[in-house]
Design a protein around this ligand. Sequence first.
Ligand code: G6P
Ligand code: MN
Length: 446
Amino acid sequence: MRLTILGGGGFRVPLVYGALLTDHAEGRVTRVVLHDLDAGRLDAVTRVLAEQAAGVPDAPEVTATTDLDEALRGADFVFSAIRVGGLEGRANDERVALAEGVLGQETVGAGGIAYGLRTVPVAVDIARRVARLAPDAWVINFTNPAGLVTEAMSRHLGDRVIGICDSPVGLGRRIARVLGVKNPGEAWIDYVGLNHLGWVRGLRVAGRDELPRLLADPELLGSFEEGKLFGTDWLRSLGAIPNEYLHYYYFNREAVRAYQEAERTRGAFLRDQQAGFYDRMRDPDAPALEVWDRTRAEREATYMSENRETAGAGERDADDLSGGYEKVALALMRAIARDERTTLILNVRNQHTLSVLDADAVIEVPCLVDANGAHPVAVAPLPDHATGLVCSVKAVEREVLAAAESGSRTTAVKAFALHPLVDSVGVARRLVEGYTSVHPGLAYLT
Ligand code: G6P
Ligand code: MN
């Protein structure tokens, strides 16, 4: 089985490879092809993987290329984990929005729209190439904004593209742990929404919903990350546990202010930190795995303190920090490749799951996965306020897709202006000015 990783020079690739190394079963991935535009980054990551593989007899063989078509030909699975514009682009997404007094964040609000506008044309090009060169391949999309990018690709690949995110599974695991659930893997998490915009409405163990027990117990509720982030009173008012990214909606002013006051944004921090890793790796004698691991630990230690202003650093255990996205990807790939049926929260086309959205809208929802792909399960409707947010943000995503397709600046302004976290058409116009002047990847907007 051959797995192609787009964005193969990315910092998180060793996490994926590390997960592959634990798989010794029949039908596992035996060959990994890394693709990246930057040969230096590919070289750095390839060296880390070679050290990870040392002493593992059945380690997947690794090759690297800067030729996209070559990377795609013959692939059984394609992981797309690219970052158009790099971390410099992310830092600019954050900075331009914060300067206008609105949320500047990787995937939510104005920053997420700018990132989407840059990324969609590239993702569509990839999808078209996959359809031509590897029509039977499954594409697992990690590229953010994951829901929007998955929807863009699904217009060319149908249900052969599936989007993933580690946040719903992390949230489910934290709730299960605080409730003392013995086998969190066996809990049924009633979660639905869009990527980074979903709510846990129930957590059933052996058919019994345990969430009411959590909501009724202020001490328990206040003892885990989301309880601290949102406050127990607000969680009880909602009667649900929102994805941590909902903090940007429910506490928007506080989030914007905290980010404006921060010494530097998350993107700027990671840009500098990761540049350190790739610089260090220019030395051919650098101990690759050690240098990578040190940088990873540093990144994780700062995760909460840099990323969310109210929860303290170190709240999450190691499993929450790094046990997410590569495990979801591997579980998904195994389920499809070996028909190992499982349930995972994934980004797929709605079909008839949420009646307020059309069938092609990509949503985030528990899916039954088997050799035929991911099938969304029926869920209860969202409460009205959540339906409102989901519909507004989906409408914004559709404007982003339209702008990416037509190259219309006017449509890009509309995308920003309609977002619930952008409070003025004037601001939207200035955001488009600001973003097009800093991002070469937005030159297509005229
Ligand atoms: C979570 C989200 C990802 C996001 C990441 C940002 O894992 O699910 O979609 O990219 O956080 O983390 P970072 O360390 O890059 O700020
Ligand atoms: Mn995510």
